[in-house]
Design a protein around this ligand. Structure first.
Ligand code: ASP
Ligand code: MG
Length: 426
């Protein structure tokens, strides 16, 4: 029997009724003649609630215990989904990540999957059961400790299971109908993308599009596993993420721009008055690297000739802000800079498209759209297939809509084609 791997996100499992609806969908897939393996996220916003609870108990909870706590969310949904399935007359077996053979590195909170040894899954499938696996978690080979894969990691669990089990496709069920040209919560005129390459999907995910976990796309690309992103609330065809050629008869879309992504999770630090001499940037970024801080954009100004001093600005996840500022304060004497500024009221807007490589004028159109909406650009960075800018956070939504329109991405459907079925957007 063909194996179908499905993933259901938190917003598809928000309450008892949603769980029953998902169970219905799973059993339909089984009835259609497939073996079904399902990865589930925690119900609704429960991961955030657990996190809030943890920080109420302890401002800096130990990473090991935080992982123990967070993995509980997925255990709740896996058991409830299995119960709902048995109520529909099918048998299901739920497994934790560790039981399912998800072997990871030892890093708490951001472990990487090293291997999947799905012995118990194949055994359960062999007995005719539907298998439900707790997403976003595994067990470290070295420490034998329970780990989590980072926020949104259930997508990666699903893709890893699909690859290990030799599934045809990995279906990711979410609260929108697929991958859109922008987040429909912000750009109501966003259009559904029918087919997108891994490369473009990776850039969108890395630029703040939350529809797929970045590492799930990396994993899918490595194993050539097509991902079908679709809604658990409708039966519409979603978006296929793949590098495989479109089947014959299907239009081969090759738009210049795939879409725009926005990100509100970053902050900007400016190191003021850095002596413009060899090795200063190396000192600054080495200290940050040692503190395990992820840096995104970096800009160094031209130094003022009178002073020989320059400013270096960079962006980083807001969650790393405090550690980064403390780290920099510690080295201020050795580097010799004069000040530090912290700004968490920024937004990042990115335009992604493989067609940028061969089409001049993309940045001109992008910047013109921002100018016409009177959005000021604070930083710019580019890759081969992406342009990103930093703006004020409160201008980000308008900027996204303006750029979306400027590149002709708006849906011609007057009501818009994007439906947001669930989720709180948290
Ligand atoms: N429940 C986890 C989170 O909210 C993992 C996931 O949803 O994929 O990040
Ligand atoms: Mg979630």
């Amino acid at each position: 029997m063909p194996i179908v791997v499905q993933k259901y996100g938190g917003s598809s499992l928000a309450d008892a009724d949603s769980i029953k609806r998902v169970a219905q969908r799973i059993t339909e897939t089984k009835k259609a003649g497939n073996d079904v393996v399902v990865a589930v996220s925690a119900m609704g916003d429960s991961t955030d609630e657990l996190l809030d609870l943890a920080t109420e108990v302890s401002p800096l909870p130990p990473a090991r215990e935080l992982d123990m706590l967070m993995t509980a969310g997925e255990r709740i949904s896996m058991a409830l989904v299995a119960m709902a399935i048995s109520d529909l007359g099918y048998t299901a077996r739920s497994f934790t990540g560790s039981q399912a053979g998800v072997i990871t590195t030892a890093v708490h909170g951001n472990a990487k999957i090293i291997d999947v040894t799905p012995g118990r899954i194949t055994e359960a499938i062999g007995k005719g059961h539907i298998v439900i696996v707790a997403g976003f978690q595994g067990v470290s080979q070295d420490t034998k400790e329970i780990t989590t894969l980072g926020r949104g990691g259930t997508d990666t669990t699903a893709v890893a299971l699909a690859a290990a089990l030799g599934a045809q496709v990995c279906e990711i069920y979410t609260d929108v109908d697929g991958v859109f040209t922008a987040d429909p919560r912000i750009v109501p005129a966003a259009r559904k993308i029918h087919r997108i390459s891994n490369e473009e999907m990776l850039e969108l995910a890395a630029s703040g599009s939350k529809v797929l976990h970045l590492r799930s796309v990396e994993y899918a690309r490595r194993f050539d596993m097509p991902i079908h992103v679709r809604s658990s609330f409708s039966h519409k065809e979603g978006t296929i993420v793949t590098d495989q050629p479109a089947p014959e008869g299907e239009p081969v879309e090759a738009p210049i721009i795939a879409g725009v992504a926005h990100d509100r999770s970053e902050a900007k630090i400016t190191v003021v008055g850095v002596p413009d001499t060899t090795g200063k940037a190396a000192q600054i970024f080495t200290a940050l690297a040692v503190a395990e801080i992820n840096i995104d954009m970096i800009v160094q100004n031209v130094s003022a000739t009178e002073t020989g001093l320059t400013d270096i600005s960079f962006t980083l996840p807001k969650t790393h802000g405090t550690t980064a500022m403390q780290t920099l304060q510690r080295i201020s004497g050795t580097v010799g800079f004069t000040g530090l500024l912290y700004d968490d009221q920024i937004g990042k807007l990115s335009l992604v498209g493989a067609g940028m490589r061969s089409n001049p004028g993309v940045s001109a159109t992008f910047f013109r759209a921002l100018a016409e909406t009177e959005v000021n650009i604070e930083m710019i960075s580019t890759s081969e297939i992406r342009i990103s800018v930093i703006t004020r956070a409160d201008r980000l939504d308008e900027a996204a809509r303006a750029v979306h329109t400027a590149f002709g991405l708006d849906s011609t459907d007057p009501g818009g084609e994007a439906v947001v079925y669930g989720g709180t957007g948290r």
